[in-house]
Design a protein around this ligand. Structure first.
Ligand code: X8Z
Ligand code: ZN
Length: 422
């Protein structure tokens, strides 16, 4: 393990065990940028219809306070005002969960059941006894940002999540249980190997299950979705909803660490620290702050991971490789066949597939004992990170968006704004 890191950036990047990781991600991001720009253009167009030209310009960055999330990192919470095909149902099973009396406990039990259905390990009793799954009401000062913890003993793994009964929180419960499953699968290894093949692997596991849970097929099977008719329009609407989370997130995740690398490497003068942040957010995501910022503000630490000093590239890597895992798991489960529209990738449910579970076991039980390309190979034979699977997943949406944006004369890309005064 090298100790002569030239900056914190090199220390963080070391975990990816590949000197070309920045370059690789840059290239993958370049491949996906056209799709992001189509989503961005369409959303801006819809927001213009909703709020008018005075609020949203035709060609500028989107004012981020309209996007429904404090950091504009995912935009699905405004899906009701920007989705195509208003007559088609927008899949949000939150109300149904509440109506059926879902509790945080039940949400985690369902997640645990999903892992067991793949023939993976059920969470130990200690997990249920020692986790915090509901926000304590005793006035304790507690960080509510969801997290999963390995106590590096045997079967002592815990989640801390201030769980609310919503569809999104159901996905987060699976995300956190993914970390737990990884801890359990490698707990037999020596301490130095009890970590992910790289940090992105750890973030990807639960999300693969969430992708499956979010399909109409799975939601119907667990009785949360009824009378859903999956025609061409419903399919596009569903893909659009997923893109508001999974595609929109890519430039956000990249900029969180591009920003910190630049600071760590001494590339930004301290007097420009705030505007450098907004410049990156604008360049990569095409968004702007709601009001003019100055160097008297310092906005980046408003994001939990920045204040808590958690590396963020892991999520960019995760959002790319989780589609590689998902696609292969779907094929193994007999749930995806590119030549059969009945077995589409975006409606693949891997629940109950021992084959998919075995692929996970191959990867997770290695921990960090082998370089990550070896771990990936153990899943599906691939050895490189690739944007091909995520592009394939969203291909029908890309085709639809390009046509729709063209038809509506939607501007693609964005001009620069000056919302930060150095
Ligand atoms: O922080 C998380 C997880 C805990 S590892 C809840 N995520 C990122 C975030 O919320 O910013 C999951 C997706 C991105
Ligand atoms: Zn996580």
């Amino acid at each position: 393990i090298p100790t002569d890191f030239t900056s914190g950036a090199e220390l963080w990047l070391d975990e990816y065990e590949d000197d070309t990781i920045e370059q690789q991600l840059e290239e993958i991001f370049d491949e996906l940028r056209p799709l992001y720009q189509q989503v961005h253009g369409y959303v801006r167009h819809r927001l213009r219809q909703f709020y008018g030209n005075d609020v949203v310009s035709e060609k500028g960055p989107i004012p981020m306070h309209l996007l429904g999330n404090m950091w504009a990192q995912q935009w699905s919470s405004i899906a009701d005002i920007i989705s195509p095909f208003p007559d088609k149902p927008l899949i949000d099973v939150t109300d149904e969960m509440v109506a059926q009396g879902y509790t945080p406990l039940k949400m985690f039990q369902m997640g645990d059941d999903f892992f067991q259905s793949l023939n993976l390990t059920k969470v130990p009793q200690d997990f249920w006894d020692k986790s915090i799954l509901v926000k304590p009401d005793d006035g304790r000062d507690l960080i509510c940002h969801a997290s999963a913890w390995d106590f590096y003993l045997v079967d002592d793994v815990r989640i801390k999540q201030c769980t609310r009964v919503t569809m999104n929180q159901l996905f987060t419960a699976h995300h956190e249980l993914g970390h737990i499953q990884y801890y359990l699968q490698y707990q037999h290894l020596p301490f130095v190997y009890r970590t992910g093949a790289n940090p992105g692997f750890h973030e990807a596991v639960g999300d693969v299950l969430s992708l499956s849970v979010s399909t109409p097929k799975h939601l119907e099977s667990i009785g949360l979705l009824k009378n859903y008719e999956r025609d061409e329009e419903a399919l596009i609407k569903q893909l659009f909803l997923t893109a508001l989370d999974k595609i929109v997130f890519l430039p956000f995740a990249f900029t969180m660490d591009k920003y910190r690398w630049a600071l760590f490497r001494g590339e930004v003068d301290k007097k420009d620290w705030n505007c450098a942040f907004w410049k990156l957010r604008e360049e990569y995501s095409g968004i702007e702050p709601p009001v003019v910022r100055t160097e008297n503000d310092f906005d980046a630490p408003a994001k939990y991971h920045v204040s808590a000093d958690v590396e963020y590239l892991r999520y960019l890597v995760s959002y790319i490789i989780q589609f590689q895992f998902y696609k292969s798991a779907c094929i193994k489960a007999g749930q995806y066949d590119p030549t059969n529209p009945e077995l589409a990738l975006d409606n693949c449910d891997i629940y109950g597939s021992f084959e998919a579970g075995q692929a996970f076991k191959n990867v997770l039980s290695l921990g960090a004992s082998k370089p990550w390309p070896d771990a990936l190979e153990a899943f599906n034979g691939e050895r490189t990170m690739s944007g091909k699977a995520i592009a394939e997943y969203f291909e029908p949406l890309r085709i639809w968006l390009e046509e729709e944006n063209q038809k509506n004369n939607v501007h693609i890309g964005w001009t620069t704004s000056d919302k930060c005064d150095s």
